[in-house]
Design a protein around this ligand. Structure first.
Ligand code: NAD
Length: 463
């Protein structure tokens, strides 16, 4: 772990499982209460100096980006071993983590200035809130660890970063790479099981919680934050709908849709999780998606031919298995896949479900895995109503030959981000967040930095 600038071990450890074998392959330090207190104390001690010098912060962020780029060859195999993703995707993830640090090194947040009601000048300064608990999930440990930590650091906050217990090792290794770049106590990395997340979120030395994970845990985190009125960013689950319009070219759409649903084995908050197809195109679209599913190479992430790795951990594997089995029992048809692969590890055949319907849990809930339900609709109004009939509101997309018409339909989606003829394209500059139970607050660009700040407003009399 990285606590107060020092790399520390722990007498207690917990096992980390390789999802490609289903076997424990390493152990991670289990942060106890004393070590957690030390990490939070270090973050508080480091805060006054860190908040004072924006130039020094940007220099450290740039150095961190360079160090991560340099360490990609060492970090990516650890990520593949604990998470399962293909090695080349793990390398991309390290590159994206580095890009996040670099982007924030290059971003300057100036005070806002405006005229006041009495003719005076009003200056709005963005002051860092204080030590931040950054809590990350297992689908993109490094990319999301960086997306939590880097904006907080850029804002002038110090950070205690906690990865998921399913994927602690790459984040601990990232902590080792970054040790010595940030002043002691500015970035701390601790590992432990879920109760550590709760203890960190509840810690009185923490002023803000930046959490990415499931909506269920997000609600717990909000409750934990409430007594102390800790500031919150919650980036939670999604059940993104993709609506295919009746003028769409099925083959073109299927190419884009397939990888928007199955990249990272479907374990992406903003992956396509439900497809709505006009009744006349349903069978052709299902066929085209199933063809792509059958061709996708599923395997161990260390095999260079692999396109889709195993599901990342046993609980998620069991969940996806259960949701698919339930949908099949309720009348959906597996046009591709439909079952686990007969081999050790958490491998599941890429699955396309024809004739899925509202009321099936795989349509109503976030499956977060390699199984895609396709639902028939009668007209666009019905498609929009079905797409919006969810407690989630992360992203969505509309696919069709007439981009203007598709954009008008997309504008009716109740979510944070929508695309036409694509899904998941995103720059580091834009605000990213969800409506309804998909989250609270936004990340990305200046929005993500200000999310770790509170405005301080100064009225200066006119000269
Ligand atoms: P999770 O909610 O189980 O765990 C997330 C993190 O919270 C882990 O580090 C965990 O140890 C910690 N945690 C668990 N209980 C806690 C508690 N009571 N208090 C504080 N922390 C606690 O989520 P997961 O299964 O790791 O991740 C998958 C979920 O994350 C999916 O729902 C996915 O959509 C979502 N996600 C959202 C985004 C986004 O940006 N909106 C991005 C990626 C993943």
């Amino acid at each position: 772990m990285l606590i107060g600038g020092a790399l520390t071990a722990s007498p207690r450890t917990f096992g980390v499982v390789d999802p490609a074998t289903g076997e424990e392959f390493d152990r991670a330090p289990d942060c106890d209460g004393t070590a957690l207190d030390a990490a939070v104390r270090a973050a508080n001690d480091a805060w006054p100096d860190w908040r004072a010098d924006a130039g020094a912060r940007r220099a450290c962020l740039a150095e961190a980006a360079a160090a991560l780029r340099e360490a990609a060859g060492a970090l990516a195999p650890i990520l593949t071993a604990e998470q399962g993703k293909p090695l080349r995707d793990a390398e991309t993830e390290v590159a994206r983590a580095a890009a996040r640090f670099q982007h924030l090194a290059d971003l300057e947040i100036a005070p806002d200035v405006m005229p006041g009601s009495g003719g005076e000048r009003v200056e709005v300064y963005w002051r860092p809130v204080g030590p931040v608990a950054a809590i990350a999930p297992w689908n993109f440990p490094l990319q999301l660890g960086a997306a939590k930590a880097a904006p907080a650091l850029a804002a002038g906050c110090t950070v205690v970063l906690k990865p998921s217990p399913h994927t602690p090792l790459a984040t601990l290794a990232m902590g080792r790479v970054l040790a010595g770049i940030f002043p002691p106590g500015v970035l701390n990395v601790v590992a432990g099981t879920d109760p550590l997340g709760e203890r960190l979120a509840a810690h009185p030395g923490i002023r803000k919680i930046n959490f990415t994970g499931s909506a269920a845990t997000g609600r717990h985190v909000a409750a934990t934050a409430a007594p102390d009125l800790k500031r919150l960013t919650l980036e939670l689950g999604g059940n993104d709908a993709a609506i295919v319009l009746d003028d769409a070219d099925v083959d073109t759409v299927a190419d884009g849709l397939f990888w928007s649903a199955f990249a990272n084995c479907g374990q992406i908050c903003m992956a396509v999780k439900r497809v709505y197809a006009p009744a006349a195109l349903h069978d052709d679209l299902v066929g085209a998606l199933a063809e792509r599913a059958a061709k996708a190479v599923v395997g161990d992430g260390r095999d260079p031919a692999t396109q889709i790795g195993p599901i990342a951990n046993r609980p998620q594997y069991e969940r996806v298995r259960g949701l698919v089995a339930e949908a099949l029992a309720a009348g959906a048809r597996a046009a591709a896949g439909g079952a686990p692969l007969d081999r050790p590890g958490f491998f599941f055949a890429p699955t396309v479900l024809a004739g899925a319907e509202a009321g099936m849990r795989i349509v109503d809930e976030e499956q977060f895995g390699p199984a895609l339900p396709v639902v028939r609709y009668r007209d666009v109004d019905e498609a929009i109503a079905l797409a919006n009939a969810t407690p989630y509101g992360l992203c969505g997309s509309v696919w069709g030959a007439d981009a203007g018409r598709a954009a008008a339909v997309a504008a009716r989606l109740d979510c944070g981000t929508a695309w036409v003829n694509g899904h998941m394209r995103m720059s580091l500059d834009e605000p990213f967040g969800g409506t309804k139970h998909s989250g609270l607050g936004v990340s990305g660009g200046p929005w993500g930095v200000r999310a770790h700040c509170e405005p301080f407003v100064l009225h200066v009399p006119a000269p």
